[in-house]
Design a protein around this ligand. Structure first.
Ligand SMILES: *Cc1c(COP(=O)(O)O)cnc(C)c1O
Length: 431
């Protein structure tokens, strides 16, 4: 197994190199040279295979022997040390809850898997790795939680002062240890700019191996396949399910499509989008035209030019008809999102977060009039993270113990001016 760039001009690399590089020089995305096939006999006994073993069986061919089997199994086991239950809400609709990890959103799984891969590589090579990540809130928390305590890896997180939610700030600042959190006097774009400058800084590169924990990294992208296998493991319908995926950058859906291509028995996918509808419009008219991002209640999906869509296109060799057969797309407004949160609470006594609500609504729209079909939507975040839920229902649900605990921890963050040299100095003195 090797990885090539979707832009086809950078050199092919191993899994290890793809993880460390993050992105090929030609600004394409890494893509596996083969899609492994998983046979029907394996799926026939999936109900009896442990979650960790499912993950190991799925990911092993992609790692291509670059991490020893025993270590890889341990990484899979630790990555999935959280519940991922399939909860039926109606006779035909079930929720796959991906919010039981430390930061209450699905990005925890990818961050945990990637951190442990980098830890394994650092141990092999005896070389420290420095991870730099700019965050607007959620990604940084997942990375901090995923990388905390991983030996051989130092993490620096840059977040914009005053622009993240209270819960997000707690998740970003309560680690310490190998996680250094910098509160930048600037915007998220400033954070990103400084992170990029440091990642390409010659002096910094000579002192440590630098990498970003960007969501396009294959070590964050590929393990998202686990959700779909664990959904099928828990599905008891007589027909394969339709799976609705709340989508922004389309990494999660691209992982699902990859799983499907390797044999996962599902009917097809639903790309559930908010009004940032580049992909739904592409499926209608075949024209891919990125747009300026529109802010919505499901803000982790506010993406006007989804970077992972190229991976979906790659899986289907760019064939629009094949993409249309595998993915139905819907676009949901904020008013419909709020309406769905209210109705599902009244009908099923279940509290959706805005992202899950977009996915639920898209699935319900699809199922309308199709009485013999049923499906699963991915509930990607805990409702307590969003004020819109409490504002709609007068009740955001119980605060999970993991958040309550953070309130009592001490905070570690360093306020820095919006200046690359100041950030570089702090990193050099700490690493
Ligand atoms: C990141 C995120 C999404 C979108 O996932 P993509 O892989 O970017 O499509 C959906 N819901 C939540 C809560 C997220 O954090």
């Amino acid at each position: 197994m090797y990885y090539f760039s979707t832009n086809r001009t950078s050199v092919d690399v191993s899994f290890r190199k793809a993880v460390i590089n993050g992105q090929p020089d030609d600004r394409g995305l890494y893509f596996p040279s083969e899609i492994p096939h998983i046979g029907a006999e394996w799926f026939a006994r999936i109900g009896t295979i442990s979650a960790a073993q499912v993950a190991f069986d799925v990911i092993r061919p992609y790692v291509g022997g670059e991490i020893a089997d025993e270590k890889l199994f341990e990484i899979c086991r630790e990555t999935l040390e959280m519940d991922i239950p399939l909860v039926p809400l109606t006779e035909r609709i079930s929720s796959l809850e991906l919010f039981h990890g430390p930061t209450l959103a699905f990005k925890d799984v990818g961050a945990r898997f990637m951190s442990r891969c980098l830890g394994a590589f650092a141990a092999d090579e005896g070389q420290k790795t420095l991870v730099i990540v700019a965050t607007s809130g959620d990604t940084g928390g997942a990375v901090a939680a995923g990388f905390y305590g991983i030996e051989g890896v130092e993490v620096v997180i840059l977040y914009p002062k005053g622009k993240v939610s209270r819960v997000q700030e707690l998740q970003l600042t309560t680690f310490g240890g190998n996680v250094t959190t910098l509160e930048l006097q600037g915007s998220f774009d400033d954070c990103q700019k400084i992170a990029k400058q440091i990642l390409s800084d010659g002096e910094m590169r000579s002192k440590a191996r630098l990498t970003s924990a960007n969501s396009i990294n294959v070590a964050r992208w590929l393990p998202q396949q686990f959700y779909y296998f664990l959904a099928v493991k828990q599905w008891h319908g007589s027909e394969p399910p339709v799976i609705s995926v709340p989508s922004g950058n389309f990494g999660n859906l691209a992982a699902g499509v990859l799983a499907h291509a390797s044999g996962l028995p599902i009917k097809h996918f639903i790309a559930a989008c908010n009004v940032n509808d580049v992909v739904p419009r592409f499926l209608i008219d075949g024209v891919y035209s990125p747009r300026t991002t529109i802010p919505t209640l499901s803000n982790a999906m506010d993406v006007g030019d989804p970077s992972n869509f190229v991976r979906i296109s790659e899986i289907f060799g760019g064939d629009l008809e094949r993409i249309r057969a595998a993915i139905k797309a819907y676009s949901v407004t904020d008013a419909e999102t709020v309406d769905t949160i209210r109705n599902v609470y009244l009908q099923s006594n279940y509290i959706l977060d805005p992202h899950g609500a977009v996915a639920y609504r898209s699935l319900a729209n699809y199922l309308d009039g199709k009485l013999n079909e049923g499906g699963i939507f991915l509930e990607t975040a805990h409702p307590v993270k969003f004020d819109a839920v409490a504002n709609t229902l007068g009740n955001g649900g119980a605060t999970p113990a993991s958040v309550a605990e953070l309130e009592n921890k001490s905070r570690h963050s360093i306020e820095v001016p919006n200046d690359v040299d100041a950030v570089r100095d702090i990193i050099l003195t700490r690493s």
